[in-house]
Design a protein. Structure first.
Length: 164
């Protein structure tokens, strides 16, 4: 069976719901995962009111295989950061993915393309949505639940992202 991988922008309410609900499939057997507060996550993605988006832009993408979500990513431009540090840097975050390098490569490629089209020359992440919130990857301590403002992810994320 030939499964086709497609990365598409989040464009509808249904896409947003699928974007937000996807982590439940990644962490279904992980007793240490703490789900996000969905209303807060919507605001942090720019799908609601949040002061961050007075000076920032965001695009979100879903990776699908034969209609089933297998990954997600948000890419962000923080105009205040870029002005302060004299950069043209974009960020990625809200990253979730099955353990498949093709999926992470496709997601990051889509994000990088969007950022390049916005005039950015580099990318950093993960940040959710900026360095003032949660950022980075958990690389050890997967046997314990996360603390407040601590990221949590499957052990394979660091290797997948490093492969890019």
């Amino acid at each position: 069976m030939n499964e086709t991988l497609v990365v598409k922008p989040v464009a509808t309410k249904r896409d947003r719901r699928r974007f937000q609900r996807f982590p439940w499939s990644v962490y279904s057997d992980d007793r240490n995962w703490v789900p996000p507060i969905l209303a807060q996550e919507r605001a942090l993605l720019g799908w609601g009111t949040h002061p961050f988006f007075e000076h920032a832009r965001c695009a979100t993408f879903l990776a699908e295989r034969d209609g089933r979500v297998v990954g997600r990513i948000a890419v962000l431009i923080n105009d205040i950061h870029n002005a302060k540090y004299d950069e043209r840097r974009g960020f990625f975050g809200f990253f979730e993915c099955i353990d498949d390098s093709a999926v992470v490569h496709a997601l990051l490629h889509a994000g990088e393309s969007w950022l390049r089209n916005q005039g950015m020359t580099s990318i950093r992440g993960p940040v959710n949505p900026s360095l003032n919130y949660t950022c980075g990857l958990l690389v050890e301590g997967f046997d314990r639940p996360p603390c407040v403002f601590m990221t949590y992810n499957p052990p394979y994320y660091a290797d997948l992202i490093d492969s890019c």
